[in-house]
Write a protein of this length. Sequence first.
Length: 498
Amino acid sequence: MSAIKQLREEFTEFRRLHYINALLGWDTQVNLPPGSFEGRSEQMALLEKIIHEKLIAEKIGKLIAQCEKLSNLNIIESAMLREARRQYDQEVKIPTELVTEIAKTRILSHQAWAKAREKSDFSIFEPLLRKMIGLQIEVAKKLDTGPTLYSTLLDLYEPGATNSWIKQVFDNLKPRLVKIIKKLTASDDKPNFSILTQKYDITKQWDFSVEVVKKLEFDLNVGRQDKSVHPFTTTLSSTDTRITTRINEDYFSTCIFGSIHECGHALYEMGYQKEIHDTILADGSSMGIHESQSRMYENYIGRSKEFWTYWYPILKKDYFKDNLKNVELEEFHRAINTVQPSYIRVDADEVTYGLHIILRFEMENDIIEGKIETSDIPEVWNEKFEKLLGIPVKKDSDGMLQDVHWSEGYFGYFPSYALGNLYAAQIYANALKINPSLLEDYKKGDFSNILTYLRENVHQHGKIYQPRELIKRISNEDLNPDYFIKYIEDKFYPIYRI
């Protein structure tokens, strides 16, 4: 067997072990009885240990070095080797004991976060959050790949990203978003947001969300949707992708747009070319590119008037005739695109959403660099939130407890959400340029052409290309926030009759 084929097999085995661990994680958030978290944490920690020890074995390092001497590799083999080297170099620096401790802490921390969020009491979560922060700082110190500790963590989710690069992007974005928000807020003709805050039957919401994701070509033969405290997507093999959503009886948007968002992630995972199935390349180019797919489906497609030209008559006639009997499509479309500061990130509108991420980015940097003590996080959060979004945070569940990410140690992950918006705007602009009839497709309930475009330009490649290389292949330029700003202005000024 050639060295490169052996490398492929070794890392395919690692990938499948990760899938098994992902299955345990999915079950933890969807089905696990409340008293079973400690046992599950031990199981997942053991599996993390096995994967880590197999990956850092001397034979893997020698095999990678042997492959690096080869000169006749094709594009897939070269990408596999690049990612294998990257993953090996990261893992070999992290002691097995640290990997195991993070895995154990992640499950217990998630449980504490869920309880704290339910009771809106940060003190329940604080001890395990403090421990997780310490563990992530230790990881950053061991890896030492960035100019700062936080840059090292950012690189785990967005290869090549640094704190200074993301800060530059966000510093460009922040004042422009604030200016647009002020202009929209000053409008005398605002949408009627109350349309969305009636009592919407939760069973009907669920049934409608399933109908929509099926129409978007989420394949229920190799996927499923369930409910969880925080919506997420997980992949258990290249032919098994799961999504979850949550339902709010008092707010229609939570379920449907959460489902469409996660569907966007899942379609990416379902679209890898067969040649890379279950390999190290069967993953998103980066978390920012992955978020571009979910944000594109949720907002660019799912909140478009053309999308609802098809879906609104169905929603009104078959699901919520009483709720929407006096509401016309135009009113509904404006309502789902209301721009107003709100507490919960996953429910935030497209314009204010970026400010939520900028807040988390700034806080994460200060937390990892030791400028914010764990006990002070709620106070600092509340102060920064009110300054940035203009509304006071009155309870922890509306503040720093709303997101699951820190409980699982995902420091450096949040910026990918805002980067995803920017990547999405750039990719979608190219899609419309190539296929101007996409909007007419949506009116007819046809979402095949947009999926074909994304399959060809994004999905099939998996991790073959790194994010900045991929966006240049698609648009012939580096990441450019101007696409997002133009999209926002072109969409929301007419909605607000400006």
